[in-house]
Design a protein around this ligand. Structure first.
Ligand code: F6P
Ligand code: MG
Length: 469
């Protein structure tokens, strides 16, 4: 990475890294402890229960180390090849402690450490300590899910009617709208939920909210992306789009809306989805989350109409779905499962996505993956963390062009890259001159501290495209 640039650090009081390490990480670990503790309590197998208790104790120890700014220790070998990379980098960074460390590395390390406690066990290897939270939040985004299901069905029906003679102008508008839905689906990830209520999430998700939020997209390269995909539709038989996924639940749902729309409109003939392989940044998609989402919409009444344990505790009876709502979700399910069954919608996990560093390394360290992505017309990177990894999570000037900030993945790399990112961290590039200053001067934008606070809460977004040619 450009040696001129400084990585964001948990030691910098002006960075979101500071708050994240001191306030958010302990909460995230506590949630993991609570979840594991609850499952351990319900365990019938004594050996599994015993082992579960040990995992809970390890997580508690990890929380202690974070809060007391202890040194990061090498990750224990759990048989996966990424351990060596994590440990080598740790050594190169020299002795570092949690609260005085590069943000990107340390945060990835945190989730890799949590996963080790499970992967090294006998009975808990595949346990996802964040699964409960993910599915619960998906259920609570019901109003937006239903609204979109109905909108999606109309859209696909219209596409079929227009068939071979799509109106190019309308086509471009629909493309932008679907991408924006997909973008804002990222505003509500679970790691920020430590400070948001469910009511807040619902407000963020409806279509009115989306229209109002359009002015919050600071750079919007979607018209260029549309031309790029339309040209491919005119000239190529096979047109692949890749989506490097971010969060499960509502965000995965909107990613599938985008994938389904691309396939139905012929802007793509195949969509490859890239989930994570270990529980990651609380809410990221694992292959099992894809399965849970599909089974929820396969049986919407079973999923929404039955009270959950929480509902019972609060004495709440969920509102029953209408027949029309069930039919809309049924339509989605049949479309998506058909695409999946026919091999047009593919899930392709890779441990590279849960490595410690920036994506600048991919051409060196993940040659096969990069070669594979070169076959794609467009690689969409969802979310904040993927964006931080694309641009290296260093303190670029905000006017640095995106194509420069992604280094070896930029023009000439053979890759066409689109970032759909709501801003939840300090780093941002590609802004017009003066824009960052203007946003810092808004209420709460920096509180006169010089910090880029406006970029911390998912209110603003950037849609940046780097075209290969
Ligand atoms: O905590 C670090 C961080 O990357 C934040 O910047 C962001 O709030 C969150 O984790 C993950 O966001 P996303 O799910 O959009 O990658
Ligand atoms: Mg995420």
């Amino acid at each position: 990475l450009d040696p001129e640039q400084t990585p964001y650090s948990t030691a910098d009081p002006a960075s979101f890294a500071w708050t994240t390490a001191r306030d958010r990480w302990p909460i995230i670990i506590t949630q993991a402890i609570d979840d594991a503790y609850r499952t351990v309590g319900a365990c019938e197998d004594p050996a599994k229960q015993e082992e579960g208790k040990k995992i809970v104790a390890e997580l508690a120890q990890l929380k202690y180390e974070v809060q007391h700014d202890r040194a990061l220790t090498p990750i224990r070998d759990d048989g996966f090849p990424d351990v060596a990379g994590y440990n080598q980098e740790l050594e190169e960074l020299g002795p570092i402690t949690w609260l005085k460390a590069p943000w990107l590395y340390t945060e990835c390390y945190l989730f890799r450490r949590i996963s080790t406690s499970f992967s090294l066990s006998t009975h808990w290897k595949d346990y996802d300590v964040f699964a409960r939270q993910k599915i619960k939040t998906f259920r609570s985004s019901r109003p937006a899910v239903l609204e979109l299901a109905s909108r999606y069905k109309d859209l696909v029906t219209q596409l079929r009617a227009a068939d071979k003679s799509p109106d190019p102008e309308a086509d471009a508008i629909v493309f932008a709208e679907v991408c924006e839905i997909c973008l804002w689906g990222n505003a509500t990830d679970l790691s920020l939920l430590t400070s948001l209520t469910y009511e807040d999430i619902q407000k963020l998700q409806g279509s009115e909210a989306r229209r109002a939020a359009e002015k919050n997209i600071l750079i919007n390269d979607l018209p260029r992306v549309y031309s790029h995909l339309r040209a491919a539709r005119e000239n190529k038989q096979e047109r692949r789009v890749d989506i490097v996924l971010d969060n499960a639940g509502f965000e995965l749902y909107v990613d599938l809306v985008l994938a389904g729309y691309l396939l139905s409109s012929g802007l793509a003939t195949t969509v490859v989805l890239h989930p994570k392989s270990i529980p990651w940044f609380v809410s990221d998609v694992l292959p099992s989350d894809f399965a849970s989402l599909l089974s929820a919409i396969a049986d919407p009444r079973g999923f929404y109409d039955n009270p959950t344990e929480d509902d019972r505790l609060r004495g709440v009876e969920p509102e029953k779905l209408t027949d029309a709502e069930v039919a809309d979700l049924g339509f989605l399910f049949s479309e998506w499962s058909r695409f999946h069954a026919e091999g047009q919608l593919v899930l392709r996990p890779n441990r590279v996505w849960t490595g410690p560093g920036s994506f600048w390394r991919l051409p060196e360290e993940a040659k096969d993956l990069v070669e594979d992505l070169k076959q794609s017309e467009l690689v969409v990177f969802k979310g904040d963390l993927n964006y931080r990894k694309l641009v290296g999570d260093v303190a670029w000037d905000a006017t640095t062009p995106f194509a420069k900030a992604i280094g070896p993945l930029g023009p000439g790399s053979g890759l066409n890259i689109l970032a759909l990112r709501t801003c939840k961290a300090d780093v941002v590039v590609g802004l017009k001159a003066g824009e960052d200053e203007k946003l810092k001067a808004t209420e709460g934008g920096s509180n006169n501290s010089g910090a880029r606070k406006w970029a911390w809460n998912g209110k603003w977004a950037v849609v940046s495209f780097s075209e290969d040619a």
